[in-house]
Write a protein that binds this ligand. Structure first.
Ligand SMILES: [Zn+2]
Length: 204
């Protein structure tokens, strides 16, 4: 997870009846507009696991950071919405109704910065900044799901293989451009926070 700069609320949301049924709303044009706005803010990756999402393939959904079951009045609060991947074993669908007012850190809260780090086997762990919050987030979002961890391990391995060939400023710039930075469409690659942590650890 990484800090996301939130943009203004899309206009269409101001016209939605706060008592509108959420499932009906997901078939509306406004829902599609919100998806597009959140996709741009999140630079094309899942708010939680940081894997690429694709609006066309419908492999994502709008997620309530604070579940609707906890506070119905925030159903259409733009700040409470985010785009999550659709995997069943981690992220939004896995989280479901889990939430905690002290330990759930929304991705627009600067407190999310530096909360996590990664082992070389791809496991996500607390950085030590706040173990209770970091561990709650990892648990409730399933961020150490086996498949997810394996995918992160693959990225680490590829990066370390490049660095084994040569560890100079040219390779580091190459890794930065391909594994961390957004492309020409301002879309990020998979797992940029992980890649940043790998580069930081080898430069330390
Ligand atoms: Zn995800």
């Amino acid at each position: 997870m990484r800090l996301i700069q939130r943009g203004p609320t899309p206009n269409c949301l101001n016209n939605v009846n706060p008592r509108e049924n959420w499932h009906n709303f997901t078939n509306s044009q406004c829902y599609d507009l919100l998806c597009a706005a959140l996709f741009a803010e999140q630079q094309g990756i899942c708010v939680y696991c940081e894997q690429k999402i694709h609006l066309d393939n419908k492999n994502c959904h709008i997620e309530h950071l604070q579940p609707r079951s906890r506070d119905q009045s925030r159903s259409f609060d733009y700040l409470n919405l985010a785009l999550s991947c659709n995997h069943a074993t981690h992220c939004g669908h896995y989280k479901d109704n889990q939430w905690h007012k002290n330990f759930f850190i929304p991705p627009y809260d600067p407190e999310i910065n530096g909360l996590f780090r990664y082992n070389l086997d791809g496991k996500m762990i607390s950085s030590g900044k706040d173990d209770e919050k970091a561990n709650f987030m990892i648990e409730c979002l399933g961020l150490n799901d086996e498949k997810l961890q394996k995918k992160r391990y693959k990225i680490i391995k590829v990066m370390l293989d490049y660095l084994k060939i040569k560890m100079d400023s040219e390779i580091i710039a190459f890794l930065q451009k391909n594994f961390i930075e957004p492309d020409n469409d301002n879309l990020l690659p998979n797992f940029p926070s992980l890649a940043r942590s790998v580069l930081r650890s080898i430069q330390a």
